[in-house]
Design a protein around this ligand. Sequence first.
Ligand SMILES: O=C1O[C@H](COP(=O)(O)O)[C@@H](O)[C@H](O)[C@H]1O
Length: 228
Amino acid sequence: MSALAAELMMKEVELRPDLLFCAASGGSPTGLYQHMVDRYKESPQVIEEMRVIKLDEWVGLPEGSRFTSEYDIQQKLLKPIQHRPDRYISFDELTLAPKDECDRIQDELEKSGPIDVCILGIGVNGHLALNEPGEFLQTYCHVAELTESTLSHGMIQEVGIPLSHGMTLGMGNIFESKKIILLITGKGKKEIVEKFLTQQVTNTLPASLLWLHPNAEVILDNEVLGEL
Ligand SMILES: O=C1O[C@H](COP(=O)(O)O)[C@@H](O)[C@H](O)[C@H]1O
C-alpha cells in the first residue's frame, strides 16, 4: 500500500516539484512517509521544493506534547526531509483561538491552493480528516466537535487530559484537491470498509464522498483486504 502510494506521489512531484501536498497524521501514511524520506535521501532535490499543508490537528494539547498531529508529521516526514518552514501551512496546535486559526488556514489555502495531492486515512467511523459523520458536512476549515470514536484514536489514548475538539480542513477543501489518495489500513476498520465499498454516498460516512471525486485513488493494505 505505502509503496504504491509513494509511486503515485513521486510521479506527481516529478511533474510539479512545488506541488502542495496535504499530509495526514496517524498510522495510515507512516509507510508512505518513510518511502518519501528514503527517496529524499537518494535525491533531495526531488522533494525539496514541495509545499506541505497539515490536514488536521487536535485542540487543547499542551506545549511539547508528543500526541499532536504536528509532532507526528514533523517526526515522520518534515524533519527527516529538512522541510523548510516557509513552505509549510499548519494549524497551530497551541492556539487558544481555534476558530480564528481555522479562518487563517482557510485564507492561506485560498492563496496557496488548491491542494495538488491529498493523503488521507479513514477513521473507524468513516471520518475523513476530522470531518465527522453527521447530519451535515462542512465545506471549509472548521473546528470540529469530535465523536467518542475519534476521541479513542490510538494517537491520543494516553493523553491524560480530556479533549473534545479538533481543527480540520473541510470536505470542500479536500474535494478541491487535484488528486486524493486514501490509504486504508489499521485495526477495527472492517465494518466501515465494507460500507465504504458499497459505493453508497452518504454524510454518515464522510469517506464515501470520495466516490464522487474525479481523481481519487483508494489503496487498501493486505491486512484489511484479508479481513473482508
Ligand atoms: O482521527 C484521525 O484518524 C484518521 C485515521 O487514523 P489512522 O491512525 O487509522 O491512520 C486520520 O487520517 C485523521 O487524520 C485523524 O485525525
